[in-house]
Write a protein that binds this ligand. Structure first.
Ligand code: ADP
Ligand code: ZN
Ligand code: ZN
Length: 764
């Protein structure tokens, strides 16, 4: 690339990105400078030479030409990791549509020193026999937290203090009490290093089975041949994917390179963390989204200094500044949490592939229910497809039954629980086994409407209905889940004055209430957005359930991920098809994933499990294939549908969201932009036809809309959406650029904003 001017930042930090300086490229360096490079520039009044990074290039001067200084020279070294991250940011800017500033803010750590806290380790201070006696006593006295901590110590011997806090939900006070009793020791880093001895109480790691071995051998062969491939590991839950990841990382580390492991936060349990620590010791760092800027910066510093080889964390761990990155692993690659909600709306999978390509690394994607897009690419040969189709341990797969809810109604069953589900629930209660009841949140919100006139109570700021919340005996409230608007529930219709106003639909609370009627003796825990508000709300409920403090756990999608409950032998899915009928093209894929994951919760222990899928649409392809746990069949059907309707992954698609404070502005801007895009496409088409390029005519970009999205107003901001589709991604990206440029010139309409979402994962 050649350009007359470059934008330089002197320092790699959030503060500096704001202050980019423009320099002129001297003739001698023309065409030799690219984004991410380190250059020397005269800086400040004294024009002292300083090293900076190129973050932008262009041919237009931004101020008086004679005031612009010249680049002194290129720093003769290969591009450092900071430069690579800048290149990555530039790619993200181009691909997802954002400013360079927004893209850099995403990849750069905030520079914020915190007072270094000394790392502490918890260590079992009594022998195992004594520990077991104490554990029995804690249990007898119902010291739940103490028991949980001691149990983990008995299993692992020792682990970082932070881990106890974050993943086991143990308070400092609990640790202190166990220390006073002499059950554990809290070692500072220095003490720990001096003590030197590591207590290995954990079980030995499993030997890989033949299937796993074969994959690891293939990876090793490719890697040693410097053939850095990308792999998609399709392996059912419990098939031993994590073991494969760890052995692949061994190969990479042995060659002096580093690895990033992305795991959705909710799946990164204490057990998983400990498995990685057992295998790799402490050359590993765990990031989480609750870390503050300073903590994150600290971790990134350790990485920069070469103190760790492996980072495990959510989406943003992808930007760990490893100088010799060799492997990126993305577990549960189908998860929607890998897609960013903020601009640039990047997908971690796509960015990982790009980063790996830039530095000669491999990517392993893993899932029990791969995203349709990844499976499609694997079938096209872009990724090597790996399979693990048996559970590594002897656990059996659960049996799955589908119940037709229409039939239940015909038989006079008006409850939310089918006769079959009631029967199995009763049976589990009798046997002292646990059950999970799962519902789709979407479509299950409990809105309030008037039975006389049909009026639905909506949020005054968003185009959605308010949700009824009954916080026990207090005044019931109506809450908007988009903006948080709250009002008291008044039993009088605002439209017609009737008192016949009430709840429809059924939230988790209603399910819980009905469950209590049917099974008064059952102990029930509920897990939804309301009961998990606190910082550790999730963990508290899940560990209570894990400790057998309830017979039935009722909840939304948040209960289907991650955790293993060996005593759960029944999973009921209350209305499986509700999420099928949402508006976007990914509804089927999401439902299949949800049902498969939910079913995977049953029978993780010794006892075989049963799954009941209740549905109004038992013949539906997604219900059928997930009941049979047949991913291939699901995929074949789904891809055929995507092909016919020209959806991703067969076509590339961008959702263009236009927002404005006034509805007319949103409307007019969207109309104008769509019309402009259509004209561009029409011109292109005619030009092609003239040149006889019939075949190419089909290659133009389709413009769909504008339409008001499903929710056309959020927080008093009006929204319109346009979709751009084309067979080739390059074509939609080109169209996006044109649209963005045109939008900048559209100044007469009024103020509006434009956002792009490449291959969106949700409906608008
Ligand atoms: P996944 O990541 O596919 O869900 P895991 O790697 O977590 O599967 O393995 C599931 C369970 O099986 C774990 O408890 C793990 O220790 C065990 N396991 C994995 N591989 C083997 C093996 N080869 N032999 C015995 N147990 C294994
Ligand atoms: Zn009314
Ligand atoms: Zn609202």
């Amino acid at each position: 690339m050649s350009a007359k001017y470059v934008d330089i930042i002197i320092d790699i930090s959030h503060e500096a990105i704001d202050r980019a300086f423009q320099y002129e490229v001297p003739l001698s360096l023309y065409g030799k400078i690219s984004i991410g490079m380190q250059v020397q520039v005269p800086f400040g009044n004294g024009n002292r030479l300083r090293t900076g990074y190129v973050i932008g290039m262009g041919n237009e001067p931004k101020w008086q030409v004679d005031k612009i200084k010249q680049v002194h020279g290129i720093v003769e070294k290969q591009i450092p990791v900071e430069g690579q991250l800048i290149q990555l940011a530039a790619w993200m800017k181009e691909t997802y549509g954002s400013t360079m500033y927004q893209a850099l803010m995403t990849v750069m750590p905030v520079k914020k020193k915190i007072r270094p806290v000394e790392k502490k380790t918890l260590q079992l201070a009594v022998d195992v026999e004594e520990g077991k006696l104490r554990l029995l006593e804690y249990r007898r006295k119902h010291y739940v937290a103490k028991a949980r901590l001691l149990e983990a110590l008995l299993e692992h011997g020792e682990f970082p203090y932070d881990l106890a806090k974050e993943k086991l939900n143990i308070s400092p006070a609990t640790c202190e009490r166990l220390r006073e009793e002499g059950t554990l020791e809290i070692l500072t880093e220095t003490q720990y290093r001096q003590a030197g001895t590591r207590k290995h109480l954990t079980e030995p790691e499993p030997e890989l089975n033949d299937n796993q071995k074969q994959l690891v051998e293939e990876f090793t062969k490719d890697y040693l041949a410097e053939d850095y491939k990308n792999y998609l590991l399709h392996g059912i839950t419990g098939s031993g994917k994590t073991e494969v990841y760890m052995h692949a990382i061994d190969i990479v580390i042995a060659r002096g390179r580093q690895a990033i492991v992305l795991i959705p936060e909710i799946s990164l349990t204490f057990q998983t963390v400990m498995r990685f620590r057992r295998h790799f010791g402490d050359r590993i760092t765990i990031l989480n989204s609750r870390m503050n800027d300073g903590e994150r910066y600290d971790q990134f510093e350790r990485i920069r200094k070469g103190e760790v080889d492996i980072v495990i964390g959510p989406r943003s761990a992808l930007f760990a500044p490893f100088s010799n990155l060799g492997l990126v692993i993305i577990d549960e690659e189908h998860e929607s949490s890998y897609k960013s909600d903020n601009v640039p709306k990047y997908h971690a999978r796509e960015v990982a592939l790009q980063r790996a390509k830039m530095c000669g690394a491999s990517v392993i994607l893993g899932s029990a229910t791969p995203s349709v897009i990844s499976y499609y690419k694997a079938k096209q040969g872009e990724y090597r497809l790996w399979k693990l189709s048996k559970r590594a341990k002897a656990a059996q797969l659960p049996t799955v039954e589908v119940v037709d809810l229409r039939e239940e109604l015909r038989m006079g069953n008006r409850s939310r629980f089918s006769y079959r589900l009631q029967e199995l629930l009763r049976n589990r209660l009798e046997q002292g086994q646990q059950s999970i009841l799962f519902m789709n949140r979407r479509g299950y919100a409990s809105f309030v409407s008037c039975r006389s006139c049909g009026e639905v109570v909506n949020c005054p700021h968003c185009q959605v209905s308010l949700t009824y919340h009954d916080h026990n005996s207090r005044q019931p409230k109506l809450i908007c889940h988009y903006c948080g608007y709250t009002e008291d529930f008044v039993k009088k219709c605002k439209a017609c004055g009737s008192g016949m106003i009430g709840r429809f639909g059924s939230g988790t609370q209603l399910v819980e209430a009905e469950l209590k009627e049917y099974f008064p003796e059952a102990r029930i825990l509920r897990m939804d957005a309301d009961t998990t508000k606190g910082k550790d709300g999730h963990e508290t409920i899940l560990s209570a359930f894990g400790e057998g403090k309830a017979d039935i756990l009722v909840g939304t999608q948040m209960i289907v991920k991650g955790h293993d409950f060996p005593n759960v032998t029944l999973v009921g899915i209350l209305a499986a098809d509700l999420s099928l009928h949402s508006q976007d093209y990914m509804a089927g894929e999401r439902t299949f994933d949800l049902l498969t994951q939910a079913a995977g919760r049953a029978g993780r222990g010794e006892q075989p499990g049963a799954v009941v899928i209740q549905t109004y649409d038992p013949e539906h392809m997604v219900i059928q294939t997930s009941a049979q746990q047949d991913y291939e069949q699901f995929y074949d059907n789904e891809i055929a549908y995507r092909r016919i309707l020209k959806y991703p992954p067969v076509f590339s698609m961008i959702a263009v969201l236009i927002t404005a404070e006034q509805e007319e502005v949103a409307e007019e801007a969207a109309e104008t932009l769509a019309a402009y895009m259509r004209t561009c496409q029409q011109e292109k088409k005619e030009a092609m036809e003239k040149e006889g390029m019939e075949w190419f005519v089909n290659q133009t970009v389709r413009v769909i809309g504008p339409t008001p999205p499903v929710i056309s107003k959020i927080k008093d901001i009006y929204r319109r959406v346009i979709y751009l589709k084309a067979q080739e991604e390059a074509k939609v990206l080109e169209a996006k650029d044109r649209m963005e440029q045109y939008a900048e010139q559209l100044t007469t309409i009024g103020e509006f904003k434009i956002y792009f979402d490449l291959n969106p994962m949700k409906g608008y």
